[in-house]
Design a protein around this ligand. Structure first.
Ligand SMILES: [Zn+2]
Length: 370
């Protein structure tokens, strides 16, 4: 997760863990009580405006220990997490109903809440989890808080780490990124790479999910059939679609950042806020939802990879990038399918190439301002 103080980045290491089979039910029971206690705490904190640790402690600690049976440490972590949720909700000007946590997820303070000891993790209150696998590249950086999540029958521990933010090099030029529904174009005046988006592939899973939902919503199928297996499969298809997008965004951003780093270029992308906003106004269909997700995740990973690798990043104004001439600034005219021509200077190119050149130019002028 790209966040953190000035000189540091926070990243998340994902660790697959597993309790001993005979302890699994007890751990799940603790996680359920934690979730219920968390939802209770969020409401109490908002109602009483108890947004400091001291106030929340006085208001909740006894209840969380006695009514929800949380171990001391879990009670502290629970109202600490509840404060964060309450604050985020209160800060949001468009807030709707009070937030309700449905997933099984537990916040754990480092050392007091959890400890990684060789091949297992110890939780406060005596739970032990076996470590199945994780990325060891960040072992040398100190661990911070963590989150234990139970999903689809598996336990995952997300451990937050602080790593130093690498210094950015002085760029020798710009690598521009242009996104559209079908493809991503990466390039500048001398190079151009095109990458297909996986929207169609992800869409297939969305449609499978939809078909399944439609088929089993008829009353002739008994309720128990609808409830268990079918619902799980529908969720599985939706998740599969999201994973395809996520995986693509991560790999594509890695390619973009590597390309930039090799030639000491800055990366420039358009500010997608307006684009995502306008898509949001369209009728909600699966394709629009996936395209929006793809844009957001790519921007997220490009920004994060740039930070992690010390690659300078420019976010440029998107207005007119595919309708004005990158050479002389005149309004372009259509010249065939996805081709544009400049009536003033005669430049003719593919719409995406035009966008790349404009994004490059805008970033170069920002670089000049530095
Ligand atoms: Zn022109």
């Amino acid at each position: 997760m790209p966040a953190g103080d000035e000189g540091e980045l926070t990243l998340t290491v994902k660790m697959r863990v597993s309790p001993e089979p005979e302890q699994e039910e007890a751990l799940l029971d603790l996680m359920r009580r934690y979730r219920d206690a968390l939802n209770y705490s969020v409401r109490a904190i908002i109602a009483n405006r108890a947004l400091s640790l001291g106030k929340a402690h006085k208001l909740l600690y006894k209840d969380l220990r006695e009514r929800y049976g949380l171990p001391s440490r879990a009670a502290l972590d629970c109202f600490r997490e509840a404060i964060a949720i309450a604050k985020a909700w209160l800060r949001n000007p468009k807030r709707g109903d009070m937030p309700t946590v449905k997933s099984l997820s537990m916040w754990l303070t480092h050392e007091q809440g959890y400890r990684v000891k060789g091949d297992h993790v110890e939780l406060a209150g005596g739970h032990r989890l076996r470590v199945i696998g994780y990325d060891r590249r960040y072992d040398s950086y100190p661990s911070r808080e963590a989150r234990l999540v139970f999903r689809d029958g598996e336990f995952t521990l997300y451990i937050f780490k602080r790593v130093p933010r690498p210094a950015k090099y002085a760029p020798k030029g710009v690598l521009a990124v242009d996104v559209n529904e079908g493809q991503i174009v990466v390039g500048n005046s001398s190079v151009e790479v095109r990458v297909e988006t996986p929207i169609e592939r992800a869409l297939r899973y969305r449609r499978l999910a939809e078909r399944l939902q439609g088929k089993y919503s008829s009353p002739k199928y008994r309720a128990w059939l609808r409830r268990s297996g079918i619902r799980r499969r529908v969720r599985h298809f939706h998740r599969k679609a999201r994973n395809i997008i996520e995986d693509w965004a991560r790999r594509t951003s890695y390619m973009i950042i590597s390309l930039a780093k090799q030639s000491k270029l800055a990366v420039a992308r358009e500010d997608l806020t307006g684009l995502v906003e306008s898509l949001r106004k369209l009728p909600k269909d699966h394709r629009t939802a996936l395209v929006m997700l793809g844009y957001r995740r790519l921007a997220f990973w490009v920004d994060w990879q740039a930070e992690k690798n010390g690659v300078p990043l420019f976010v440029v104004e998107p207005a007119g990038t595919s309708s004005t001439c990158p050479r002389c600034g005149a309004e372009l005219v259509e010249a065939g399918h996805r081709r544009l021509r400049c009536p003033r200077c005669g430049l003719e190119a593919d719409r995406d190439t035009i966008a790349i050149l404009n994004i490059e130019r805008r970033a170069l002028s920002k670089m000049g301002d530095l």
